[in-house]
Design a protein around this ligand. Structure first.
Ligand code: CA
Length: 221
């Protein structure tokens, strides 16, 4: 027993996945296909996908937003967790990766719930704000280029409704955030995001050490 966060090891990780993750067959197939790609580590872990689904259901999210879609696992997980009238705006710049995503969204029968925007995400987010969609999204997930994390965060918090929830992936960055000898641009960008959220009076936060670290931020009313 411990009252600090448990250090994960391979055996415990396997137990977690094998004994607590219920993954839809279509999600498992997408994960297995993506795992063979050179960029496989960009995909979220299945236990993270399940947590996103739980959160979406908890707050009955119907208007969702994603920054960084890759091959579509997280958007698919969110889409499957929403009711039929739910919609997720998915932002990515890669036509190649999102072609895989589209195939699996269609196969799962939820492609009509996913509004893919192939453009730099900052432009899409600014466009949503300019079009009057501020304070309207229930749930958002950020998992994209780390150097823009704070810029994405600022826009997404504006786009969330009061009570809306944001999840940000990779906030522990393989442990590098806690290593002061690591001073590269990406690691510092993630530190800046964690500091910004901690000091942001607009949100309640919790850093959940699942996968590579998932920061949760709830917009206050
Ligand atoms: Ca990630």
């Amino acid at each position: 027993m411990t009252n600090t966060t448990l250090a994960m090891n391979e055996r415990l990780q396997r137990y977690l996945v094998e004994n607590t993750v219920r993954e839809a067959a279509v999600l498992a197939r997408l994960r297995q296909l993506t795992a063979k790609m050179p960029q496989a580590s960009m995909q979220i872990a299945p236990e993270q996908g399940q947590l996103l689904q739980l959160l979406v259901r908890l707050i009955d999210a119907r208007r969702c937003l994603e920054v960084g879609t890759f091959t579509g696992y997280s958007a698919l997980a969110v889409a499957l967790a929403m009711p039929g009238d739910g919609r997720i705006v998915a932002c990515d710049v890669s036509a190649e990766w999102t072609a895989i995503a589209r195939r699996f969204w269609a196969e799962a029968g939820v492609d009509s719930r996913i509004d893919l925007r192939l453009a730099p995400a900052l432009a899409t987010l600014d466009g949503l704000l300019a079009d009057g969609h501020g304070s309207s999204f229930d749930f958002a997930f950020i998992d994209a280029d780390k150097t823009n994390y704070v810029a994405y965060y600022e826009r997404v918090v504006e786009l969330l409704r009061p009570g809306g929830l944001l999840a940000v992936d990779n906030v522990l960055w393989g442990g590098d955030v806690a290593d002061p000898t690591v001073q590269d641009t990406e690691t510092n960008a993630i530190r800046a995001l964690n500091d910004r959220a901690r000091d942001d009076a607009r949100v309640d936060i919790s850093l959940v050490p699942i996968g590579d670290g998932l920061l949760l931020a709830r917009k206050r009313g």
